[in-house]
Design a protein around this ligand. Structure first.
Ligand code: UDP
Length: 322
């Protein structure tokens, strides 16, 4: 039985990954301070409520079992909030990660899968985005992840800490049968907000229709959270098998505009989405689509969800069950 420590396992992507790890026969311990995650996402016997900043207790925990690896999700994730509270983002996301890496070095745990983000690319010069394109984040959030990736580069060299950073594009969807789905508070993401607009009748504001895209709205690469969870498991297996450190884009390679997503929500729910068109949101790039060939060829990953409506359907089922 392989023991894996998952930080932030009470959050959205973390909880889906824990669920899949357990189904694949791993033994999982979750560390979460529950500042953003949800207690109901984790079985009480595997949850340790602990801030990442507590290096000593993390070390103790990592020494308590023969952990093969750590999957590190715990972080703040809201781009807008990071611009208002940069200190909070760098403290939690960068200092918190350093505390974890220090504990790992002390406990001699030397494999890590890290939640990174497409936001490390900022406003990319071309799409689809390949991993060799410049790292130029335009928000404290994106930079906090870029900084951790950089630290991981040094720890690979100096501490033999082998890591896979997965640069997520737009994670979405749910595993409604397992009671798991997107529950951010406040919610800022497009699909849950479109579903909420249908449910409440309060219009959602769409952020701009004057982009240089076919319908004028922003294009994003929407990846189902379970496909993302699968990428984490493949990354773990790669590291456990002695594989080298890497950063991979995690996206499907297909882009959808905001209006296309809105239409998918209308098809799935059978209702009109009340909406108004607003101005652009600061920091939004027109098009963000992944080239995920490296993830596919190196780790053998392939997205199972390739139809946007299927993805939306899982999110809708989760929203209905809540
Ligand atoms: N979006 C929107 N209205 C909202 C929330 C999001 O028009 O209330 C747009 C946003 O501008 C972007 C896309 O939906 O083009 C996806 O945004 P989200 O916040 O879900 O993810 P991000 O791309 O920022 O990671």
């Amino acid at each position: 039985m392989k023991h894996i420590l998952v930080t932030g396992g009470a959050g959205y992507i973390g909880a889906h990954t824990v669920h899949l790890l357990l189904r694949r026969g791993y033994e999982v311990t979750v560390v979460d301070d529950l500042s953003r995650g949800h207690r109901h996402n984790v079985a009480p016997d595997r949850l340790r409520i602990l801030p990442l900043a507590d290096t000593d207790r993390l070390t103790e925990l990592l020494r308590s079992k023969p952990f093969e690896a750590v999957v590190h999700f715990a972080a703040y994730i809201a781009v807008g909030e990071s611009s208002r509270e940069p200190e909070m983002y760098f403290t939690n996301n960068v200092s918190g990660s350093l505390s974890l890496f220090t504990a790992m070095a002390r406990a001699q745990v030397s494999r890590l899968v890290f939640s990174s983000t497409a936001a490390v690319y900022g406003t990319p010069a071309r799409v689809p985005i390949t991993e060799d394109m410049p790292i130029q984040p335009v928000s404290p959030y994106g930079d906090s992840k870029a900084m951790v990736e950089k630290i991981l580069g040094w720890l690979d060299q100096r501490r033999e800490l082998r890591s896979i950073s997965l640069r997520y594009f737009n994670a979405c969807g749910a595993e409604p049968d397992s009671g798991l789905g997107e529950e951010h508070d406040p919610e800022t993401h497009l699909i849950p907000l479109l579903l909420r607009a249908v449910e409440t009748g309060h219009p959602i504001t769409l952020f701009g229709d004057d982009y240089a895209t076919p319908d004028g709205t922003c294009i994003r690469d929407y990846i189902h959270v379970s496909d993302l969870a699968e990428a984490h498991i493949l990354a773990l297996e790669h590291l456990i098998g002695g594989g080298a450190s890497h950063a991979f884009n995690a996206g499907t390679g297909t882009g959808h505009s905001v209006l296309e997503v809105l239409r998918a929500v209308e098809q799935v729910t059978g209702e009109k989405v009340p909406h108004t068109m607003g101005p652009r949101r600061a920091g939004d790039a027109a098009v963000l689509v992944a080239d995920s060939n490296q993830l596919q060829s190196t780790l053998g990953w392939k997205p199972r969800y390739t139809d946007l409506r299927e993805i939306v359907r899982t999110a809708f089922e989760f929203a209905r069950k809540r």
